[in-house]
Design a protein around this ligand. Sequence first.
Ligand SMILES: [Zn+2]
Length: 69
Amino acid sequence: MPLREFRCTQCGEKFEELVRNGTQVSCPKCSSGKVERLISSFGFKSAGQSSTASGGCASCSGGHCSTCH
Ligand SMILES: [Zn+2]
């Protein structure tokens, strides 16, 4: 089932929508057609503690090992 996640670039509302080819997606909050699709198909939080956002790598989680650079 093609359930996609979108975010409105107008008001920032996040929502999910069933999308088929050619479907015009619009924001349920402000009805804006300017939405972007969020890529959330792989390993976002299912990979345990992935701390790439804080600068660490998978082996040290702190950003200080040789793999980080
Ligand atoms: Zn909106």
